[in-house]
Design a protein around this ligand. Structure first.
Ligand SMILES: *Cc1c(COP(=O)(O)O)cnc(C)c1O
Length: 373
């Protein structure tokens, strides 16, 4: 991916906010709880290595990633804490993970059987976290029978496997609607029922994501997988309110690249979807859907020189046009996400415009946009 370092559009990441959020989380949870910083998907768009190092500075017990390559990037950067790949992986990568001391989620016995052979051949041991499917329907063991079989196999092959963790994932911890709370409770009960067949619990028992750590403090386990809230964002969107101490870390900024006066009746953008009703000032800003600033952002208001200004005409691949109330000079700062004085555009405001969740917006900001710390 070519990164646009000669264009004045960038993501600004406040690493102090991330450190602060981890510290707040530590204060709000029991002292015996471990924290795994979830840094998958380039740390939710914030930059995986920089965020992991910031988390390391304030002290976390490990990192969670989605894919092996993310784990390797952290090892390459010199991070030595536990790294767990949350997704299941092809067994042929078991030796690669073992060599780099990368822990993996395991959701079925076939992985263990196949991986055991290749690990034994190379004299390697792989740390594993057994995933339990308690209602998410994604990965994991669903019955005591399956779980017992897996644990027996691991015990039989403890040269090749280190049974390091057991976990599950909630699908409705971010809502207080009755159906959501009931389902959350069902998942807890299922988790307890499944783990009751284990003679000995592994070192890490983890059930909580950000939402559970905020709204279901008694969910159990000894480790929190701390994701979206580490970035200062609310896992529940606008539904439940989050402790006000958490601070967002991301801003998306650009500069006015061109400014022009158009006459009443002139049109702007592909498909001429916008026509000026009077003489207007139009600023062009170098960001577009190729940067993850979606076409659905047409009509949204962004901050230029202290004013909320409407994006007019269609969002192009690389540029947008914005109606400004008066002439502004080329180089004027444009805030697409973040604060300008007292005014603020939250990631959630962008998500509401697009009809999605804040997670998706930050993951969509493409690698073309440089991250500045
Ligand atoms: C992504 C993910 C998390 C983090 O969730 P947040 O809502 O961002 O806290 C935790 N656990 C698993 C299994 C995940 O996939």
């Amino acid at each position: 991916m070519v990164v646009g370092i000669h264009r004045k559009t960038y993501v600004k990441v406040d690493l102090d906010a991330i450190k602060h959020n981890i510290t707040v989380e530590k204060k709000q949870t029991a002292s015996d709880q471990n924290i795994f910083a979830v840094v998958k998907a380039n740390a939710y768009g914030h930059g995986i290595v920089e965020v992991a190092k910031a988390a390391h500075d304030v002290g976390v017990d490990g990192y969670c990633v989605a894919i092996i390559d993310e784990a390797l990037a952290l090892r390459k950067a010199g991070l030595e804490e536990l790294i767990l790949v949350l997704g299941v992986n092809p067994f042929e990568y078991a030796p690669l993970m073992a060599k780099n001391n990368i822990s993996t989620a395991v959701g079925d016995i076939d992985f263990l059987k196949n991986a055991q052979v290749v690990l034994k051949n190379e004299g390697l041991q792989l740390p594993v976290h057994l995933a339990l499917d308690t209602g998410m329907g994604r990965i994991g063991f669903r019955t005591q029978q399956e779980l017992k079989e897996a644990v027996a196999f691991i015990n039989q092959h403890n040269t090749e496997f280190n049974f390091e963790g057991v976990f599950t994932h909630f699908s409705t911890a971010d809502s207080d609607k009755k159906t959501a709370v009931d389902y959350y409770k069902k998942q807890i009960a299922k988790f307890n029922e499944l783990v009751s067949c284990l003679k000995k619990l592994p070192k890490y028992v983890h059930v909580a994501n950000s939402a559970a750590s905020i709204w279901h403090k008694k969910c159990g386990g000894n480790t929190i997988r701390f994701g979206i809230t580490m970035y200062g964002l609310n896992p529940s969107g606008d539904e439940l309110s989050m402790p006000p101490e958490f601070k967002p870390a991301i801003s998306l900024l650009s500069e006015v690249a061109a400014i022009k006066r158009i006459q009443r009746g002139d049109s702007v953008g592909y498909g001429k979807t916008y026509t000026a009703r009077e003489d207007e000032w139009i600023a062009t800003v170098p960001i577009g859907y190729a940067d993850g600033w979606l076409r659905k952002m047409q009509g949204f208001k962004i901050l230029i020189a202290g004013n909320f200004c409407e994006i007019v005409g269609r969002v192009c691949m690389d540029q947008i046009m914005v109606k400004v109330p008066h002439e502004v000079s080329v180089g004027t700062t444009v805030t697409l996400i973040g604060k300008e004085g007292q005014k603020e555009i939250r990631v959630q405001d962008v998500a509401n415009q697009v009809g999605t969740i804040n997670y998706e917006i930050i993951c969509l900001i493409s690698e073309r946009v440089p991250r500045i710390y």
